[in-house]
Design a protein around this ligand. Structure first.
Ligand SMILES: [Fe+2]
Ligand SMILES: [Fe+2]
Length: 156
C-alpha cells in the first residue's frame, strides 16, 4: 500500500509537469491554453498546500509535540508561493511574457527548495509519526483531492 509521502511526492511531480506545460504555452504565446494550464497548476498546488496545512502539519505537530518551528517555516513559504502565483496569474491575464518569466524563475527557485526540504526531511518523519493512523490520513487527503471538505472525525 502506498505511503502518505508517496501521495505528497506525486503532488510535487504533478505540479512540476503542469507548470512546465504552462511555460510552454506562454513561450508560444498561446495565452488561452496558458491560462487553462496555469489554473490547473494553481488549483492542484492549492489542494496540496491545503492537505499539508489542514492534515499533515497538525498531525505531525501533535506527534512530535511541537506547534512551532519547522512547520511554521513551511507555512510561511506557502504564503510566499501563493503570492508569486498571484503575480503569474496577472502576467498571463496581461499577456506579459517578460513579467511571467521573471516571476516563474522566482517560483521555481522557491518551490524547488521548499519541495526538497519537505521530501528530504519532513515526509519521512510524517510516514513514521503517522504510521498508526495512515489510513485515516489518506482518507482525509482524498476528500480534499475530490474537493470535499474534510470531516474532523477522519483526522488523527
Ligand atoms: Fe509545502
Ligand atoms: Fe509539499
Amino acid at each position: 500500500m502506498k505511503k502518505i509521502s508517496d501521495y505528497l511526492k506525486n503532488d510535487h511531480a504533478r505540479c512540476d509537469d503542469l507548470f512546465t506545460q504552462t511555460e510552454f504555452y506562454v513561450n508560444q504565446k498561446r495565452w488561452d491554453d496558458a491560462q487553462i494550464s496555469f489554473n490547473l497548476f494553481r488549483d492542484f498546488l492549492n489542494k496540496h498546500i491545503n492537505i499539508e496545512e489542514s492534515i499533515i502539519f497538525p498531525a505531525l505537530e501533535y506527534a512530535i509535540d511541537s506547534a512551532t518551528g519547522p512547520t511554521n517555516i513551511m507555512r510561511m513559504e506557502h504564503v510566499y508561493i501563493r503570492g508569486i502565483n498571484h503575480h503569474l496569474y496577472e502576467s498571463i491575464n496581461k499577456k506579459n511574457t517578460v513579467s511571467f518569466f521573471d516571476h516563474s524563475d522566482t517560483l521555481q527557485l522557491i518551490l524547488q527548495q521548499h519541495n526538497l526540504k519537505e521530501e528530504d526531511t519532513w515526509y519521512a518523519m510524517i510516514d513514521r509519526a503517522l504510521n498508526s493512523t495512515k489510513n485515516e490520513v489518506i482518507h482525509a487527503m482524498k476528500a480534499i483531492y475530490r474537493n470535499e471538505s474534510v470531516i474532523a472525525e477522519h483526522l488523527p
